[in-house]
Design a protein around this ligand. Sequence first.
Ligand SMILES: Cc1cc2nc3c(=O)[nH]c(=O)nc-3n(C[C@H](O)[C@H](O)[C@H](O)COP(=O)(O)OP(=O)(O)OC[C@H]3O[C@@H](n4cnc5c(N)ncnc54)[C@H](O)[C@@H]3O)c2cc1C
Length: 386
Amino acid sequence: MSFTETAEQTALRAAVAQLGASYGYDYMVDKARSGGDMAELYAEAGKLGYLGVNLPEAYGGGGQGMYELAIVEEEFGAAGCGLLMMVVSPAICGTVITKFGTEDQMGRWLPGLADGSEIMAFAITEPDAGSNSHRITTTARRDGDDWVLSGRKIYISGMDVANNVLVVARTEDATTGSLKPVLLVVPTDSPGLEYTKIDMDIISADNQFVVYLDDVRLPADALVGSEDAAIDQLFAGLNPERIMAAAFAVGMSRHALGKATAYAKERVVWRDRPIGSHQGVAHPLAQSHIEVELAKLMMQKAATLYDQGDHMAAGEAANMAKYAAGEAGVRAVDQAVQTLGGNGLASESGLGALIAASRVMRIAPVSREMILNFIAQFSLGLPKSY
Ligand SMILES: Cc1cc2nc3c(=O)[nH]c(=O)nc-3n(C[C@H](O)[C@H](O)[C@H](O)COP(=O)(O)OP(=O)(O)OC[C@H]3O[C@@H](n4cnc5c(N)ncnc54)[C@H](O)[C@@H]3O)c2cc1C
């Protein structure tokens, strides 16, 4: 076990941090407030090989692992311009297609996901299912060789920038009982597919959508993996999602704490000492720093286990990392705002805007409570209450 990153990982971290700094929080917030997206950063990150660092070399990727992709996510977050679609496109969709796609499907989709020229959204959440994915009703029905897909999805990130969306549906003969999902790649311009933007009180360049699927006709090879083993295939994408959500939260936390500590070193209101010399200011920042580092350590453990192929242990660690990073992130942003006093809520600080964004880390992609349920049952063996 080594707690030292390799020379390649250190170089990747430094290079991504440098690119992130050249865009930064101001770039993200300008895009968010003007209704734009972060296409320039996404494209540049793709061209430099950062987005596809986890994908196979044979399909344009870097041949590395989830550890490296998490480095990329964390460093962009720390620079103030975390890329939400990395959680979805190369991490969830790229992983599922790499593990379960045919050679033809890998050739069709992975190079674009790796170089950023294509983005794939991911849709599992439904208005009447929410945390309980077993209740999804979006249905894929066979019609000859084709699939015909109908249903509704909600809070789907990035439909406006995505070329395709990986939809989790259920087969028609399994509308009751336990989930029997199928995974279908659906072009976002398919006839019968529509989406509308949800107004969110989050300042973010990434938008969320309701997606309507009304008899969307798809060819047989829209199906990724086996029709009968999709639950395992789905979980193969969800561990990377949780690792990446933790990386996103760790990055955002570092960004907020960086701003707060810089301010606390400069701001003087009592005699000639900066406010950071008061323990009432310094200790909560130190505590937050410890919490963020602990969450990062669990995220790195999860990514390492995942890359070593220990998916059971990686699943437990990924859930713990996502929980810890979400909680640490909410507290880090809150403490950062407090450190700047009134300035913490001025738009110029960029911290007030993170309050709602940091709350997302407690809710998505899996809520704090559902992780606690999982740990209570899986790790502690406690009975299920729901
Ligand atoms: C910014 C954002 C981006 C998102 N992007 C995507 C995306 O790209 N694709 C996608 O498919 N989804 C996406 N989501 C959806 C996200 O995954 C869900 O919001 C999340 O899983 C929670 O589901 P829900 O909102 O329906 O809450 P609900 O399931 O309605 O839960 C509401 C509350 O009840 C609690 N609760 C529910 N059941 C239990 C229980 N058994 N025990 C204890 N507490 C419980 C929850 O923890 C939560 O606090 C996104 C959401 C947000 C906010």
